[in-house]
Structure formats: C-alpha cells, structure tokens
Write a protein that binds this ligand. Structure first.
Ligand code: PLP
Length: 440
C-alpha cells in the first residue's frame, strides 16, 4: 500500500496518520473507524485554489458535499474559502448547521422537490443549478413576486463522457442530468428562464464525469461551453458571469492509478478554457470547479479489526473484518479497487494473498480481492486506504449494522467528528405501538 499525506510507519511497525498511531485510534474509538488526514484535505483544497489565485481570474472552488459530508467537514471547507455544493435538504441542512455563509452554497439535483427548492430560496443560497424544464417552472412558482431575483446556473449536458484516461466526445447525451446540448434544449431553457422575472440566469454548468485522469475531456467541454456561452450572450442578450466546469478529477486508489498533480490539471483546464473563450472573442468569466472525490478520497483511511478466516484449499483465503459493504459499498457497486495494510504490523513481510470480506449476509460484500498482506490473524488491524470519498456518505444500515465513527487527525491530535451509531440509534426510528423501548 502506498502511503498518502501524513501517513507513516513508526519504528515499532505501526501505521501513523498525522503522527497519531492507528492502533491507539482503534483502541480509543473502536472499529470500524474512518480516519481523515485533515492536513491532506487542506492541501488538496490549496492545489485547486493556488493556480486559480495565481491566474487572477475570478473563481470559486465548490466542495461537492456528496463525497463526504458532516458539520465539521462543511466548516473545514468554508475555513479554506471553499463554497459548498449540496443536492438535498439533508446536505443543505448540514451546511446551514455548520453556519456556512449561504451565499456560498449552490444546489444541484435532477429532482429537487418543492420543499427543497423552498428551503434553498428561504435560506438565500447563492446559486441554484436548474436541471430540467419542470424545475424551472417549480422554481419560478416559488420565487414569483419576490423582491430579489434568484440566481440560477443552467446545467448543460455537453455530450462529453469522461472517465479515467478516455473520454467520448458525444458519449453522454443519454443522461438524466441537465439540458441536452445537441437537440437545442439548452436554448429553449434559456428562453424559458429569461421569461421569468424572478429568476436571474447568471451562467452555465457542466460536469463531465468522475475519476478523470487528464484534461482532454475538459478541453472538449470547455470548447462547447464557450461557443454556447457566446451564443447565449449574443442571441438572447443575456449577460452571463459564471462558468462552472464541475468536478471529476481522479485519485490514486491503487499504485496503478496515475493522476497528474491537481494544481497542474487545474492550470491546464484553465488554460484550455481561456483559449476556448478567446476563440469566441470572450474573456474568462468567473470560473468554478466543483470537486468532491479529489479533495477527500486520499485523506480517508478505514481501520477494521480482523475477525475470522476461511481457507479454501487451492481456491482462496478469505479474511473477514468487522465492517464491509455497509461502510464501503464501492466494490459492490462499481468493482472499485483498494489497497490495504496491517496497521499493527507494517514491517512484517507481505507474503500471503487474501481476499478481504465484510460481515454482511451477501456474497458480494467484499472490500478487496487478492490483497497481499502479512498473513492476517484475528485481532490484527486492517487499514484500507483512500476511503475518504463516497464511503461514509454511501454507508447503509444493511443487516442493522451501525455506521462507523469518523475522526479527523492533525498535528498529533484526533477529534471525533461523527460518533459511532449505537444500538439505540438503530431502533430510534421504530414506532412500537405496544409501548416504549425503555430498557430493563
Ligand atoms: C458528483 C459531482 C461532482 C463531484 O464529482 P467528483 O468526481 O467527486 O469530483 C461535482 N458536480 C456534480 C454536478 C456532480 O454530480
């Protein structure tokens, strides 16, 4: 396993993160435990901000909360000057609870409910990214008669599908998100928005995919968006001021993933976007990036206790841990690949190939196929790296498993940011008509 951020091996062979021993964290908080290297999150945020600041272009980096949200995470992002992207009442409530400046929140979603739109308008969030015709009407209804206009971005499906090293220039017309560019839906949407005096169209949005390793897809999207931007300003005499290029930059889940440094990718995307706007006789508007995964994935490590083993002669060795698809469903969902180590025996030779299983009643409940580790034994502490994005936020209570605790570590100190779910939490929604749940 390659070590991210402040992760190191201490002389006694323990994994440390930000100078804190994983073994002591497991003792103190229990397992499974998700540990975030707070400094690494902040470093990644700066890798976005630095090239943008250096360019002199107006900009915002918007953290896509869906990757991992908590009140502490929202505060951290706001502290570093980031905006927040929320996609539900729950994410918005979390951001507002964190006392984030509402004017630095934007809301996404392909089916924002009436209640969610009302909540967003009442909280006076900065931007609503409109996604479809029904939503324009719904939002116009909610805002009709208001004294202040509601700022909206229009989500364009630019027909670029980017994933890892490849992109398809016409690949993603078939998507539930945004207005289709090829068929002229975008232009119709602009006309509809301009008709509503309570809505102010301030810019365009595109998001072309996730776990992207190079800028080619962004270049094609930027070219299409620049041409569209110019056309909208010219034909509709709309004055736009924002281009949001979405998120999607990739991370190193395993040694095989090769990602250029974020600051270089951001500078490259900025460069191709500037060229595309210049080709349309325009200077760059305010540029927004909307990363999720690349800010938090590598900063997260999940610690599990090894519980039981099953050796099937000449077939496979299973090692089961005390979590699984309930805290990390990404292998089950996407076939995602992870790396692991034994956090209590980092110096022991890795000489056994084992597959790491969870404890759910589901054969697909696997974390890693064929990891090479020092032969794991019950009581060992298994660390899976790069679990900071789309793990906790996708966690479930399948089998009535409790969601793990989450800690942030920094400069030798740990702080609990999400406590472990308890058995009481797990029955807290049950309505028992027979009476109360009071204990014995
Ligand atoms: C998921 C998503 C993001 C963040 O994507 P990452 O791959 O996590 O960076 C940004 N914007 C939108 C609209 C998204 O759906």
């Amino acid at each position: 396993m390659h070590l991210h951020g402040t992760s190191k091996i201490a002389p006694e062979g323990h994994l440390t993160i930000a100078g804190v021993s994983a073994v002591s964290l497991a003792q103190r908080y229990g397992t499974p435990l998700i540990v975030y290297d707070e400094q690494l999150i902040r470093t990644r945020m700066h890798e976005y901000l630095d090239p943008l600041r250096a360019s002199g272009v107006a900009h915002a980096v918007v953290y896509a909360c869906k990757a991992f949200t908590s009140v502490a995470m929202c505060r951290l992002a706001a502290e570093e000057g980031l905006w927040l992207d929320v996609v539900s009442a729950g994410e918005l409530h979390t951001a507002l609870t964190a006392k984030v400046d509402p004017s630095r929140i934007l809301m996404h979603g392909n089916n924002k409910t009436e209640a969610e739109l009302k909540m967003a308008v009442e909280a006076r969030i900065g931007l609503i990214v409109v996604d479809n015709f029904d939503e324009i009407e719904r939002l116009a209804g909610i805002t009709a008669g208001a004294t202040e206009r509601t700022n909206v971005l229009l989500r364009v499906a630019p027909g670029v599908d980017a994933h890892t090293h490849e992109y398809i220039a016409t690949g993603k017309q078939d998507s539930k998100f945004g207005f289709d560019l090829q068929s002229g839906q975008v232009q119709r949407a602009v006309q509809v928005i301009l008709k509503h005096s309570s809505l102010q169209l301030v810019g365009l949005h595109s998001h072309i995919g996730s776990q992207i390793f190079d800028v080619d897809g962004f270049r094609v999207a930027a070219e299409r968006m620049a041409a569209l931007y110019a056309q909208i300003e010219r034909e509709f005499r709309a004055s736009l001021s924002i281009l949001n290029l979405g998120g999607g930059l990739g991370v190193r889940y395993t040694e095989e993933d090769m990602m250029p440094p974020i600051d270089r990718a951001v500078a490259g995307i900025l460069d191709v976007t500037q060229t595309a706007f210049a080709a349309n006789g325009l200077t760059l508007p305010m540029i927004m990036f909307e990363p999720g995964r690349s800010l938090v994935a590598e900063a997260g490590t999940t610690l599990y206790s090894v519980g039981s083993r099953k050796d099937i002669p000449s077939i496979r060795s299973y090692v089961a841990v005390d979590g699984g698809m309930t805290d990390n469903p990404r292998l089950a969902l996407y076939g995602a690949r992870y790396e692991a180590c034994l956090a209590n025996r980092m110096l022991a030779p890795a000489d056994k190939t084992v597959s790491i299983a969870g404890k759910c009643c589901e054969s697909g409940d696997m974390l890693i196929w064929d990891a090479v580790l020092p032969s794991p034994e019950p009581g060992d502490l298994l660390a899976v790296s790069c679990t900071g994005a789309y793990n906790y936020s996708m966690a479930s209570n399948y089998n009535r498993m409790a969601r793990p605790a989450v800690v942030f570590v920094r400069d030798g100190q740990a702080r609990l940011v999400l406590r472990r779910e308890t058995l009481a939490d797990l029955i807290s929604l049950d309505v028992d008509e027979e009476g109360s749940h009071e204990g014995p």
